[in-house]
Design a protein around this ligand. Structure first.
Ligand code: FES
Ligand code: MG
Length: 592
């Protein structure tokens, strides 16, 4: 592509560094950048100043590769005629942040908006990796709407333990069940987990991190093939260089997030999510990104556009392989190529490459059919998210690609199947209550039980906890029953393989239906019609509601309080409602 050397618009950075009306302010703006060796000539040259939003640090080990990669990003920016300026973003480490990393997504978003808006940046490279680092960055990019491009950090190398592939997260959920059934020792449990994380990078399964980086690519916000390259591979450094170069060109060509993040792009992302067996966390994160992009994404879109599509990527937790093999098989572009050929992807969507999706995908067919299946011979048919509603919630989703074959055939996918599951609810108030009582014989949990957890939504457990993938009590695990249906107003880890109904909105703490549910109530789930109801009379529900909403823990930090007061429900992306109205800030004039 030819690169224009004259920007289409006057660079916004010149308003800081070359404003003839405010030489006093210009002097102030310029002088402190000098103290690490940058020159006034550079900053006043009219070259695009490209921010590099550095998400890697010792506290975000999943993204720490970016501390190295940024050198190649800088090279790319310089070679394309730009000036790099790196700055840190608020750290978000999924596995470690208490009470939840999800609490920090909106905080990182707010911080990045202030930086992108209030500093002299013409464009930005968004470095991403661990789960929430991708949506927080793209949410901010939409709010400010300066040219932006995603650079994924890439997954870790594949994990191996005693000759078996072990994937991050997934191995924890599977080993936990083995430990409870007495099949492995605690020492083996720990060693298997450590073996699943053999290098720099984010989770090597198709968990939320790999999913959200794939979503960024499917949306058109990263270069083709960016999402899946493992962090330590040489191609990752090459991708960093090309991304830096392209960031400068985006400024010169004046291509902004609002040009790319359309409804058609989000529907493509939903389709790709099904085909890769992506995380259920994609639902709130895509909803949040869409809201900040000003795109209407209906909750039903997940079922309308995603449910009927097949699973193509044979990657854990829905499949067998891990990130390295997925990348070598062609990664996200090869999956998108299948969808495009099948006529179910909108190839006309523009992307940060300056070309359309269809143009980007030329020649991307996979040559490893063990890992990326042809559309006509998928790993599983009808593998998207089911959308459910009823008197317990207005919205919840179920990821069907990880449901056991027995359950799928009985309830979901075979013509003439029953489609209705009725079970007895056992209700837990948060995960501490679950852990304390799950093995209590008085609960009388059997194969016909539905485990329910509440107090786990954005308000209840601030951020919303990944706890809905509750494992059955030990006595069932020892009999080989590895999962029970579960329902919750929290989320579940993208690496989990449980048949869960999750992200229930509104949550119990907001007065949703789970707040009045009691242990012993019967729940009827009609998969054919997307209904999930407790068989409790309206009079009884009204009576129970007078007892109030189950208590949730108090705010422990200032941000928890602010978050709880401002957050919307998971169906709506758990965004800060008041922030949504702020969009396209860079087009509304320069900051005062
Ligand atoms: Fe950070 Fe999985 S814990 S990517
Ligand atoms: Mg997680």
């Amino acid at each position: 592509m030819s690169t224009p050397t004259i920007p289409k618009n006057r660079l916004r950075s010149l308003d800081w560094f070359a404003n003839p009306d405010h030489i006093d302010m210009t002097a102030l703006y310029l002088e402190r950048f000098m103290n690490y060796g940058i020159t006034p000539e550079e900053l006043r040259s009219g070259k695009p100043i490209i921010g590099i939003a550095q998400s890697g640090s010792d506290l975000t080990p999943c993204n720490r590769i970016h501390v190295e990669l940024v050198k190649r990003v800088r090279d790319g920016i310089r070679d394309a005629g730009g000036i790099p300026i790196e700055f840190p973003t608020h750290p978000i480490f999924e596995n470690c942040k208490r009470p939840t990393a999800a609490l920090d997504r909106n905080l990182a978003y707010l911080g990045l908006v202030e930086i992108l808006y209030g500093y002299p940046l013409d464009g930005v490279v968004l470095t991403t990796g661990c789960d929430k680092t991708t949506p927080s960055a793209l949410m901010a990019a939409s709010t400010v709407n300066i040219p932006a491009i995603v650079l994924s950090g890439g997954p870790m190398l594949d994990g191996w333990h005693e000759g078996d592939l072990v994937g991050s997260g997934t191995v924890i959920w599977r080993s936990r069940r083995k430990l409870a059934a007495g099949a492995i020792t605690e020492e083996e449990f720990l060693q298997t987990a450590l073996d699943s994380a053999p290098s720099a990078g984010h989770c090597n399964t198709m968990g939320t991190a790999s999913t959200m980086n794939a979503m960024a690519e499917a949306l058109g916000m990263s270069l083709t093939g960016c999402a899946a390259i493992p962090a330590p591979y040489r191609e990752r450094g090459q991708m960093a260089y090309r991304t830096g170069r392209r960031a400068v060109e985006l400024v010169l060509e004046d291509i902004k997030p609002s040009d790319i993040l359309t409804r058609a792009a989000f529907l493509n992302a939903i389709r790709v999510n099904t085909a890769i067996g992506g995380s259920t966390n994609a639902q709130p994160h895509l909803a949040a990104m869409a809201r900040h992009a000003g795109v209407t994404l209906e909750p039903e879109d997940w079922q309308t556009y995603g449910y009927d599509l097949p699973l193509l990527a044979n990657v854990q937790p829905a499949g067998k392989w891990l990130g390295e093999r997925f990348h070598r098989a062609g990664g996200v572009p090869a999956v998108m190529w299948e969808l495009l050929q099948a006529g179910v992807l909108d190839g006309s969507c523009p992307t940060v490459t300056g070309k359309t999706i269809a143009e980007n995908l030329v020649g991307e067919e996979s040559d490893d059919r063990e890992v990326i299946k042809p559309f006509a011979e998928p790993l599983k048919e009808t593998a998207g998210f089911l959308v459910l509603r009823g008197n317990l919630f207005d919205f919840a989703i179920m990821k069907t690609s990880v449901i056991s074959p027995g359950f799928r055939e009985r309830y979901l996918c075979v013509p003439g199947h029953e489609g209705v599951f009725t079970g007895k609810a056992v209700v837990f108030d948060g995960s501490e209550d679950y852990h304390k009582r799950i093995n209590d014989p008085a609960l009388d949990i059997d194969e016909e039980t539905i485990l329910v957890i509440r107090g786990a939504g954005p308000i209840g457990w601030p951020g919303s906890a990944e706890v809905v993938n509750m494992q059955p009590p030990d006595h069932l695990l020892k009999r080989g029953i590895m999962s029970l249906p579960t329902i919750g107003d929290g989320r579940q880890s993208g690496t989990a393989d449980s048949p869960s109904i999750l992200n229930a909105s509104p949550e119990s703490a907001a007065g949703g239906g789970l707040s009045w549910l009691r242990t012993g109530d019967k729940i009827r789930i009609d998969f054919n019609h997307g209904h999930c109801n407790a068989l409790v009379s309206d009079e009884e529900i009204a009576r129970r509601k007078q007892d109030g909403i189950p208590a949730v823990p108090p705010d422990a930090t200032p941000w928890q309080q602010i978050y709880r007061r401002t957050v919307t429900q998971l169906v709506d992306g758990a965004v800060i409602e008041d922030a949504v109205a702020f969009r396209g800030l860079a087009q509304k004039g320069h900051p005062r």
